[in-house]
Design a protein around this ligand. Structure first.
Ligand code: HEM
Ligand SMILES: [Ca+2]
Length: 766
């Protein structure tokens, strides 16, 4: 990231925010009323008015938690369930269904009419088209469910306007006995349960088969802050519109380079790989999946209101905007996220739709539907590849995904629709594809009696386990620090996870806060350039500016490129988590042939408001930090910048506040993001029956203890070593996420025992 003269001034190291814990009475040693002492983020009830949740000492780690009495549900759930919608009459429901259908028809016919105007569909050379490609789905099942999501929302709005359900009932999700006009089809689960995870994540929990499945809604830590209580974007605390997301981005998110002293770009890249596996909000489209434009021209103005699709929430850029001003752009395109109907058909506030399975299960490698998986598979239980003069790459695709129009431009297939978003991501897709084929071929040799389906599914099961082990064993401790790993019990166990680690009452679904803010910490750690090393000279062979390799992965076909990039990612520092984000993302994102691109920072901010995510202060309260009551409590330059855009500290967007925090000890993110991340990674461990470490008493696909011991030898460096081309990469630092020149992490030959291998003979069937 380079210093930007236009923004005037810089943050200093003093500008980071530190938290002060709540001062309360003496913490309990043992919780009363059989309450359980948990980290505060896991007991959102404690921030509700009149709640009783005394503080307590968390075992072993010296941190304070709260005594919790509300079980392991998300925030939206509550001990007050018995109050459920008793006041709703049959008449109310009938009218709500009727009104909902009518409104739905009106909205759809309005959208259909818009199709006649050419301005309403984005042209394929615009940066927003690539954004559309990043957030769209080709999966037709999303359409039907998305429509159902809207129908049920409209019904909730009607019940609210008839005062049949209260704001409280809405915000706490106490409406489960209020059926909407749309019911998602029931999900049949086989008994006994399959040994393999389903492709779409269904039936992980037989009592709640939709939990964690594709096309279901994001859950929440705190009830949403929609300005109308149901779906309208968040407003300021005094009810006025919030400052434009672009203004916030322009003033607060600066361009500047601050390198992490220890972590490398592979850490960044693996983070995005996890993000794409677990979260992919599905945007509204028009007609047959076309990209909607909310602005006229390149963004000179908003389309007149009668031409704006109802899913439009374009962002205003000031005429004097530091960057967009020169292009006279005052409208930045933005589309809202589709809604998912609740699996129990109940109505309620809007929940956005996840187009990925919520579990870390490599769904972006294998695909989320049976149809997609069969397209990606090749005979013999392997994944399809493109043999590029002896090098195995993911298959070439003719999808419109890649911007490069040059002859010979390549674009690669993946299980999702955005594997080509940046070339280093495509490289990760490549090495995991090769890992599948490596393991599948070995299993076929060891087990000659196995059919190709068994080989495929067994290999997938092993890969999912290797990948989960890397996340929990290597990635998470560096992300949130050892203390939180301990407090949340996130470390791998010696063999199987402890009894009780799987909890069928935990909903593994991603939280809106994780998807729109905490996991987007990653946008701050991206560097403006990727440096490709030259093995011969030890210098830099090529410095690539990142927008040049977004949806343009052709370089991957160059013989040495994959090895060189993997080496580069190991040695180049990632950036620190702070309010500095490279202009490659905040000005030139997906610019293609245009002199301007998109601003991902303002998209993140607007996305948080789209999901109704509450303001930063509310999450400080949730995790037990004092909220800010005055901008002056921030260090001077942050205070000045914040007060120049927000009216009150209560309005600060979560993604922005989170980036301003000082990192937790041993981690890279501040306490608020760290808590949200820890909570999420615990949910997708405790609420995942197929989690690789869970033993046979709960897990239908459990490994034997000796197989699990082999899986636990796997490191990211082993995956890299086993799947490189071996043309220029012969040595690899043992820890793939720490810089290769850190003392103690110097590269060793790929054959070294410091990069252990799993013994696949343990997977020979006896
Ligand atoms: C390398 C360059 C990257 C690019 C070009 C990029 C681009 C994008 C784009 C265009 C979106 C969709 C924004 C929206 O419409 O809301 C997005 C979402 C997201 N990104 Fe990135 N990103 C990058 C790196 C990362 C990294 C390193 C991480 C994490 C470590 C990350 C985490 C996320 C998450 C969690 C989302 C939300 C996904 C969803 O729920 O839909 N990204 N990114
Ligand atoms: Ca997934």
């Amino acid at each position: 990231k380079t210093a930007d003269k236009n923004v005037g001034g810089h943050y200093t190291s003093k500008d980071k925010v530190t938290g002060h814990a709540h001062k309360k009475e003496r913490p309990c040693d043992i919780c009363p009323r059989q309450g359980k002492c948990v980290p505060k983020v896991q007991c959102p009830a404690h921030v509700r008015p009149h709640s009783y949740n005394p503080e307590c000492h968390l075992e072993t780690v010296g941190l304070l938690g709260v005594c919790c009495f509300t079980g392991s549900g998300h925030a939206a759930e509550s001990e007050l369930k018995f109050r459920a919608a008793a006041s709703v009459t049959a008449d109310d429901v009938k009218s709500a269904h009727h009104q909902s259908r009518q409104k739905f028809e009106q909205w759809m016919s309005r959208a259909d009419k818009l199709l006649q105007h050419k301005d309403v569909v984005i042209n394929e050379t615009a940066p927003s088209f690539a954004h559309h490609l990043s957030v769209m789905t080709l999966d037709k099942r999303a359409d039907t469910l998305g429509r159902g999501g809207l129908l049920n929302l409209f019904a909730a709005q009607e019940l609210k306007s008839r005062q049949a359900i209260s704001d409280d009932q809405l915000s706490l999700g106490l409406t489960e006995h209020t059926d909407g006009p749309f019911c998602p089809p029931p999900i049949p689960c086989s008994t006994p349960a399959s040994r393999y995870r389903s492709i779409g994540g269904e039936c992980n929990n037989p009592v709640h088969p939709s939990w964690g499945a594709i096309h279901t809604g994001y859950e929440r830590l705190l009830p949403p802050d929609y300005s109308d209580g149901t779906w309208a974007m968040r407003a300021s605390t005094i009810g006025l519109p919030l400052p434009s997301a672009r203004t916030v981005s322009e003033r607060l998110i600066l361009d500047g380079s601050h390198q992490s002293p220890t972590l490398n770009l592979m850490f960044m890249q693996f983070g995005q790989f996890i993000a794409h596996d677990t979260t992919a909000g599905v945007m509204f489209t028009i007609g047959n999946g076309s990209a909607i434009s909310c602005c006229s021209g390149d963004g000179q103005a908003f389309l007149p209101i009668e031409l704006q699709h109802w899913a439009c929430a374009p962002i205003t850029a000031d005429p004097n905007d530091d960057f967009y001003g020169q292009f006279h752009h005052q409208c930045l395109n933005f589309l809202r996220t589709q809604l998912a109907p609740a699996s129990d058909c109940s109505v309620g506030y809007a929940k956005q739709m996840n187009g990925a399975t919520h579990f870390p299960d490599l769904s972006h490698l294998y695909g989320n539907s049976e149809e997609k998986v069969s397209q990606l598979r090749a005979p013999g239980g392997v994944l399809n590849t493109f043999n590029d003069f002896g090098r195995e790459l993911p298959p070439l695709t003719d999808r419109k995904e890649c911007l490069a129009s040059k002859d010979g431009a390549a674009c690669f297939e993946s299980g999702d629709s955005h594997g080509n978003q940046i070339i280093s991501l495509t490289v990760l897709h490549t090495i995991w594809t090769r890992e599948h084929n490596r393991v599948a071929r070995a299993l076929a040799r060891l087990n000659p009696g196995w059919g190709e389906d068994t080989i495929f599914m067994e290999t997938r099961r092993i890969l999912q386990a290797e990948y989960q082990h890397i996340i929990y064993n290597e990635f998470l401790p560096l992300l949130i620090g050892r203390k939180l790993i301990q407090a949340f019990n996130l470390s791998p166990s010696p063999v199987y996870s402890q009894l009780g680690s799987y909890d069928p009452n935990v909903n593994p679904s991603l939280t809106a806060e994780f998807a729109t803010a905490a996991m987007r910490f990653g946008h701050s750690v991206v560097d403006s350039n990727i440096e490709i090393p030259d093995a011969k000279t030890g210098g830099v062979y090529e410095t690539i500016s990142i927008p040049e390799v977004m949806f343009q992965p052709s370089r991957l076909r160059l013989k040495q490129f994959l090895d060189r990039l993997l080496t580069g990612l190991a040695y180049q520092s990632m950036q620190t988590v702070d309010p500095f984000v490279t202009e490659g993302l905040t000005r030139y994102l997906f610019h293609g042939g245009n002199p301007f691109g998109l601003d991902l920072a303002s998209i993140n901010i607007q996305r948080g408001r789209d999901y109704g995510v509450r303001s930063y202060n509310e999450y400080r309260r949730l995790i037990g930090l004092e909220p800010y009551v005055d901008f002056k409590q921030f260090p001077p330059s942050a205070a000045q910048r914040l007060s120049s855009v927000y009216t009150s500290p209560e309005d600060i967007d979560l993604w922005v506040g989170g980036l301003l925090e000082e990192e937790v000890e041993g981690g890279v993110v501040g306490p608020t993001f760290a808590s949200i991340l820890a909570d999420q990674f615990l949910r997708i461990k405790r609420g995942d029956r197929y989690f690789y470490e869970h033993g046979p008493e709960v897990n239908p696909g459990a490994f034997t203890p000796s197989q699990l011991a082999e899986i636990k030898k796997v490191t990211m460096s082993r995956i890299i070593c086993d799947n490189r081309d071996g043309i220029e990469l012969f040595a690899q630092p043992p820890n793939a996420f720490l810089r290769g020149n850190l003392p103690g992490n110097e590269a060793v030959p790929c054959e070294s025992l410091l990069i252990p291998s799993m013994d696949l003979s343990r997977f020979k069937e006896i």
